[in-house]
Design a protein around this ligand. Sequence first.
Ligand code: GTP
Ligand code: MG
Length: 194
Amino acid sequence: LFAGPCDFVKGVVALDGLPPADRPEVCFAGRSNVGKSSLINALTGRRGLARASNTPGRTQEINYFALGEAAYLVDLPGYGFAKAPKPKVEAWQALLRAYLAGRVSLRRVFLLIDSRHGVKPADHEHMELLDKAAVSFQAVMTKADKRGAALDRTLEAVKTELAKHPAAYPEILTTSSETGAGIDRLRATILSIL
Ligand code: GTP
Ligand code: MG
């Protein structure tokens, strides 16, 4: 499936702009700059598919990518980006909540956590939101290439955090979009839940 075509479908800014829920989808959530767009590019092997950038807040819409006709990959805007104007942040949070709670075809949220930073308050809040909406999520460590030997300690802390959240899967995936580490495993996980 990941070897086949993957195309940008649309950027959604309001609930009524969502494409019909006619196929399964998984989405990628996480703080700004954690590497969501880069991970979608690594998964699909298409460098410029999702726009990645060093500027936090790059992705500002719910971006839909179609894996052929079989599934959607959904790139979410980052949370915890304090520099965005408040009304904008609030509107985005309302859209995100409505999307997460109401999207019947959403199979799993992959919640990305930067290997260098671990779980931040914004991650904790987001996990609570997912608990409340009863949307199952799985943690994915990103940028593992930058962390080296200290990754184990971060992983333990993330495990401890996940244990507090009923909607969390216990298994944590570790990835690097830079080296490709863990990408096959994540692909296999996605295929198994579609
Ligand atoms: P927003 O759209 O702003 O929420 O950010 P994002 O989560 O989509 O992050 P994005 O993919 O744009 O990546 C942010 C920065 O991190 C870019 O400069 C990427 O090149 C870098 N980056 C992403 N993944 C990796 C990785 O696995 N390793 C390293 N070293 N850098 C990465
Ligand atoms: Mg992005």
